[in-house]
Design a protein around this ligand. Structure first.
Ligand code: NAD
Ligand code: 6OD
Length: 484
């Protein structure tokens, strides 16, 4: 049986306890993971702190940048190993991980190396009453040891989205991957060693949240800042933990994202984009669409086309190139998603397609499979129209005016993302300005430029990361004033 170690101070280490990692495909145990206890987490934080004062802390920016370029290149060199590990943990189609998860895992190191290399600091000449003046300038220092708590849906992508900028800024890090997806973060430890990242700079501790590595890390007073991606409830718990010691947090949390389709849209593009935003990664993308509003004149046509698209998706295993949709991450998540499928029925939804579990052959029958599902006919107050499900499903309803659809789209505790489909760009701008969300796509979805601010409004997040915005979180700014 494969064993997955923690990675502390440049070494792969076991611990007193293990937990099982099961395959989403068939529920078989695929690895045993060493769960970090409080002492292990402490050792990781201590190693990270010591590394700040070691060779890492003394590197000039250009050398740090070179090392991070090396990390990106090494991920690309070992691309297939990362691909295998990510798909084994998540069950996602290899075609998806090949195009998104693993390339972004590498790109996240390169882009933030470039950002740190190219970002100037502020400088002001100041006048003073004696006429001699003063110079003000700002410096950026690392914040110190950063704790990174990660989810399971895009494991390498989302972990490196934080690790890249944290390391580029000169911090050291302790990563707590999701208990569901321990492999790629651990593999990255090998990469760090092989390219010469000093020991203690990158550490990985495995385990769960409360009473386990997640809690031990976020409550550890040796951690100077905490960055988190995951559910809003968990983010709130982490914020409470961070209050002790008044430590900064960056939180990327849940969503209940709308797609708004106007009758004047490019119909095929809107269907293609909405298909992706609802079903890609089996609906387990925080930016994904779960509420679709379609202007009445094209409502029936849109529903028919999305139904046809959903029914054409091949449900299958990662290495089948025809697979369009894989399983959910776990049995536990399957139970949660199916409970929403049942709720939709109970609350009177019309099921356009799906609504249950697909028939799978052999041992796949034990996997975390659910059918892509579309509902109609519910009011905006229905449970599946309000709560984040994080599965391959959406509710579609008609609308008649911009004012109406803006009000309905904004009627949520969340504010992560929205997509608007229209050929009238004036309307696109007007709508984008009025939507309460951190990210609005017009005529696209998940089109990313990593230099731009990323994050959620309302209960979807606190803070923004991406490009120079990441520097605001991962560095401490100091103003130095020199009297002349
Ligand atoms: P989760 O909140 O259950 O877990 C995330 C991580 O937090 C895991 O590593 C978990 O072990 C840890 N954790 C749980 N409780 C903790 C605690 N009390 N203290 C410290 N750590 C704790 O989320 P998930 O189920 O892994 O991911 C799905 C959720 O993530 C969805 O809500 C989704 O919207 C959200 N998400 C948001 C973004 C974004 O960018 N906004 C991106 C991806 C996922
Ligand atoms: O693309 C990114 O940088 C990002 N943070 C994506 C988040 C996806 C959520 O599931």
């Amino acid at each position: 049986m494969k064993k997955i170690n923690n990675f502390i101070n440049g070494e792969f280490v076991s611990s007193a306890r293990t937990f099982d990692k099961r395959s989403p495909l068939n529920d078989a145990i695929i690895a045993q993971v060493y769960e970090a206890g409080q002492a292990d987490v402490h050792a990781a934080v201590q190693a990270a702190r010591a590394a700040l004062d070691g060779p890492w802390g003394k590197l000039v920016v250009a050398d740090r940048v070179d090392l991070l370029y090396g990390v990106a290149d090494e991920i690309n060199r070992r691309f297939d190993e990362f691909l295998e590990a990510e798909c084994a943990d998540t069950g996602k189609p290899m075609s998806l991980a090949r195009h998104i998860d693993i390339p972004r895992g590498a790109a996240n190191f390169k882009i933030f190396a470039d950002v740190i290399k190219n970002t100037p600091t502020e400088f002001f000449n100041m006048t003073t009453p004696d006429g001699l003046g003063a110079l003000n300038y700002a410096t950026r220092s690392p914040v110190g040891v950063v704790g990174i708590v990660c989810p399971w849906n895009l494991p390498l992508l989302l972990m490196t989205w934080k690790a890249g900028p944290a390391l580029a800024c000169g911090n050291t890090i302790v990563v707590k991957p999701s208990e569901e997806t321990p492999q790629t973060a651990t593999l990255l430890g090998e990469v760090m060693n092989s390219v010469g990242i000093p020991k203690g700079v990158y550490n990985v501790v495995h385990g769960f949240g409360p009473g386990s590595a997640g809690e031990f890390l976020t409550t550890h007073q040796g951690v100077n800042a905490i960055t988190f991606t995951g559910e809003t409830r968990t983010g709130a718990a982490i914020m409470k933990a961070a209050a002790d010691g008044a430590r900064p947090v960056s939180l990327e949390m849940g969503g209940k994202n709308p797609a708004i389709i106007f009758a004047d849209c490019d119909f095929d593009a809107a269907i293609e984009g909405t298909m992706r935003s609802v079903f890609v990664n089996c609906g387990q993308v925080c930016l994904g669409t779960e509420r679709v509003y379609v202007e009445r004149p094209i409502f029936d046509k849109f529903v028919a086309a999305l139904k046809a698209g959903a029914e054409s998706l091949k449900i299958g295993v990662p290495d089948d190139p025809a697979t369009g949709i894989g399983p959910l991450i776990s049995q536990e998540h399957k139970t949660k998603v199916l409970s929403y499928y049942q709720k939709a029925k109970d609350e009177g939804a019309t099921i356009v397609t799906g609504g249950g579990v697909p028939e799978m052959a052999g041992d796949l029958a034990h996997g975390a499979w659910v059918q892509p599902t579309i509902w109609l006919g519910l009011s905006d107050d229905a449970t599946v129209c309000r709560e984040e499900i994080f599965g391959p499903c959406c509710h579609i309803s008609p609308f008649d005016s911009e004012e109406e659809v803006i009000r309905r789209a904004n009627d949520t505790i969340y504010g992560l993302a929205a997509s608007i489909w229209t050929s009238n760009l004036q309307r696109g701008h007007r709508m984008a300005a009025k939507i309460d969300a951190g990210l609005v796509w017009v005529n696209s979805w998940f089109l990313r430029d990593l230099r731009t601010p990323f994050g959620g409004a309302k209960q979807s997040g606190i803070g923004r990361e991406g490009g120079v915005h990441s520097l605001e979180f991962y560095t401490e700014l100091k103003n130095i004033c020199i009297k002349l």
